[in-house]
Design a protein around this ligand. Structure first.
Ligand code: ACO
Length: 320
């Protein structure tokens, strides 16, 4: 029994913020951002929340899959920017869609969140514990950015992506994942500080900071190795893969991975031009975009790969 993706959905906030828009509020330019990252615009929330975008993405995925709320056994949301510390975004989604039977929880694996959620769902489905799961990656990254730090805030966007997965004859063929907590500081955002009566810290807001070059080095070495490993485990060769749907951090990372795998960049669809980096939501949004364009045909072999803070990474080969 394998875990098959049977429907996808996504949701982006309404408001488009171009690189030129950013250049009006900070010292940057479309040339600097697009030449280094490939990003031209991103969507940022005004009224939307992590949960509201998740609910829209979830409903679209369920419609695509032809699955009703009462059929869903499990909801997992990969997010680092839930609206509440408690309850989880997954519980908010459960209530909004009326999936009363489902077990719902969030996971934090940063930009690998959707991939880790897929693997957790696979473990439940393979053992027969559950049959149908809704997995999401959803972020409102704009709330954890330091909008005075032009080296990080220009890279990120907001949005949500979802997939319905079900136990089936084919689907997830192989999986690789890993973590390297020793390098946690290269991309980090501290939670709220403790302000209990014993420590009395001043309440200070915490934002994301990143060592961009270290992240780049990690991505261009770990991701090709993880993809090679998972393709081999699936009993395939790199040439057998129809598409590589990677986390959308930076076009240079994607180009470098393509070069190291000796694969044409045409096999690497992108959404970062109009989305920016949406952490856990990147992979499911991209998957939904290529699915809705009709690019995915039954039997195709697709590599999905997420990588980011933790550090964490996860790659999978799926048969469509
Ligand atoms: N606009 C204009 N100038 C800028 C900006 C900006 N938005 N940001 C930084 N600069 C300036 C810096 O101040 C610096 O100026 P200086 O030379 O006068 O000091 C100069 O540009 C170069 O800065 P660097 O940070 O060294 O820029 P670099 O060439 O490393 O590019 C980048 C930064 C694009 C982030 C690069 O390191 C990279 O691609 N890293 C990959 C990491 C990544 O994509 N992270 C995304 C999140 S992680 C993830 O999702 C896995």
């Amino acid at each position: 029994m394998r875990t098959r993706i049977i429907g996808t959905g996504s949701c982006l906030p309404e408001t488009v913020v171009t690189n030129d828009d950013l250049a009006k509020i900070m010292e940057t330019s479309d040339e600097w951002i697009s030449s280094r990252t490939g990003i031209r615009e991103r969507r940022l929330v005004k009224d939307e929340t992590t949960a509201s975008m998740s609910v829209v993405a979830a409903k679209r995925a369920m419609e695509d899959a032809g699955v009703k709320a009462e059929e869903i056994d499990l909801i997992i949301v990969g997010t680092i920017t839930s609206d509440y510390v408690i309850p989880s975004t997954a519980c908010e989604v459960q209530a909004a869609i009326g999936a009363d039977r489902a077990v719902a929880f969030d996971i934090n694996a940063a930009c690998s969140g959707f991939m880790f959620a897929l693997h957790i769902a696979d473990a439940y489905l393979k053992t027969g514990t559950y049959r149908t799961a809704l997995i999401l990656g959803a972020e409102t990254l704009s709330k954890i950015m330091d909008w005075n730090d032009r080296s990080t805030c220009v890279l990120f966007g907001d949005g949500a992506g979802a997939a319905v997965v079900r136990a089936d004859e084919t689907g997830l063929l192989a999986y690789d994942q890993g973590s390297d907590g020793a390098k946690g500081e290269v991309l980090a955002c501290q939670n709220r500080k403790n302000n209990n009566p014993l420590v009395k810290n001043a309440t200070e807001l915490q934002y994301t900071h990143m060592d961009g070059q270290e992240v780049y080095k990690f991505a261009v070495t770990t991701v090709p190795a993880s993809i090679k490993k998972v393709v081999e485990e699936a009993g395939l060769t790199i040439e057998d893969i129809d598409y590589f749907a990677l986390h959308q951090a930076n076009i240079r990372i994607i180009q470098s991975v393509a070069k190291r795998l000796k694969v044409s960049e045409d096999k690497f669809p992108t959404s970062l031009e109009h989305c920016g980096n949406i952490s856990a939501a990147s992979v499911p949004i991209l998957l939904d975009e290529i699915n809705r364009k009709g690019l995915l045909k039954p039997g195709m072999k697709i590599v999905l790969s997420g990588f980011g803070a933790g550090l964490t990474w996860g790659s999978a080969v799926v048969e469509w």
